[in-house]
Design a protein around this ligand. Structure first.
Ligand SMILES: Nc1ncnc2c1ncn2[C@@H]1O[C@H](COP(=O)(O)OP(=O)(O)OP(=O)(O)O)[C@@H](O)[C@H]1O
Ligand SMILES: N[C@@H](CCO)C(=O)O
Length: 293
């Protein structure tokens, strides 16, 4: 059995804890019954011994498996990870969502995606990464009475994501602590209006509005100050014709949307100017988490 889950970019500038979309960059795990518990890791995190011995995926999987099954079984877990850890591309959401989906799948119990999403909420209280990780596409999400309420839309094939991934991680927990405790009414109104406009632009495919609408006053500058080169990455991407360029989640990745015909040029320019960062161009993912038996 194989589970595949996409990377996600949250916030999209002004939509703090609300907006997110899925990118075709995936973690896969294949799980087989086995005589002994064993783990193999390929790709991102492969050199991190903690991920083998104290793996968040296995802890969540076991929680659910023990509740769902009355058998005691051991498994072999084979992870192939393309989502970098703590870079703002939703690695923790990918782990949470795929671990829950795996426990249900291995027991042959069908789980609908809305239920999966609400179970994932217990592990990550803001819904902007877990919603696109489960559903794929562009999502607007909020939480009410412990349930995620969301509206989604497929991303078109005419756009690409260009991501610039620094070699330094930023933990979401610490990046949340770096934010001010209070905001002015002006900043709050600025973000409400821009986030609303950005949502309308995605829903109506009005790509020319993305650049203006993706401005933010709530989190980006406070976080990007800790890696000031990111301001230059953002400026470069926009100057080369990107439709928008925002801090991905809590960072450190800078996420950019381009028209297909501009993506190669933007990627090349970013690679030339920031050779110490990893630059990738990807399609968007409209499937969310998938299970293959
Ligand atoms: N492939 C993985 N296997 C096991 N644990 C993982 C894996 N990927 C991430 N994690 C766990 O998630 C943590 C990273 O979560 P964090 O929220 O800081 O970053 P992120 O989810 O990549 O970023 P963001 O939420 O801003 O998109 C890691 O420290 C690790 O504990
Ligand atoms: N909305 C979250 C995304 C990262 O998990 C934040 O910016 O902290």
């Amino acid at each position: 059995m194989r589970i595949c889950v996409p990377a996600t970019s949250a916030n999209l500038g002004p939509g703090f804890d609300t907006l997110g979309l899925a990118i075709s960059l995936h973690n896969q795990v294949s799980i087989k019954p086995s005589k002994f518990h064993s783990v193999s890791l390929k790709g991102e995190g492969a050199n991190n011994p903690v991920l083998k011995d104290n793996n968040m995926f296995i802890a969540i999987f076991n929680d659910f498996y023990q509740n769902l099954s009355n058998k005691k079984r051991h498994f072999r877990f084979e992870f192939a990870n393309d989502i970098p850890l703590s870079r703002g591309l939703g690695s923790s959401s990918a782990v949470i969502v795929s671990a829950i989906a795996s426990a249900y799948a291995i027991e042959g119990i069908e789980i609908d995606k809305d239920k999966l999403l609400n179970l994932a909420l217990a592990y990550e209280s803001h819904p902007d990464n877990i919603t696109p990780a489960v559903m794929g596409g562009f999502n607007v999400a909020t939480v009410q009475d412990n349930e995620v309420k969301y509206i989604r839309k497929n991303m078109p094939k005419t756009l690409k994501a260009v991501v610039v991934i620094p070699n330094r991680p930023i933990s979401t927990q610490l990046a949340r602590k770096a934010l001010p405790f209070k905001y002015s009414k002006e900043d709050a109104v600025f973000n409400i209006s821009h986030s609303s406009l950005l949502t309308a632009a995605f829903m109506s495919e009005d790509w020319d509005t993305l650049k203006l609408a993706s401005q933010d006053k709530i989190h980006q500058k406070y976080r990007m100050k800790q890696m000031p080169e990111l301001f230059d990455v953002q400026k470069t991407a926009l100057k080369c014709g990107a439709l928008m360029s925002t801090l991905s989640g809590s960072g450190s990745t800078l996420f950019t949307i381009c028209l297909n015909e501009d993506a190669q040029r933007v990627e090349k320019e970013l690679k030339n100017k920031f050779p110490h960062f990893k630059v990738l161009t990807r399609d968007f993912d409209n499937d969310g988490v998938t299970v293959e038996y």
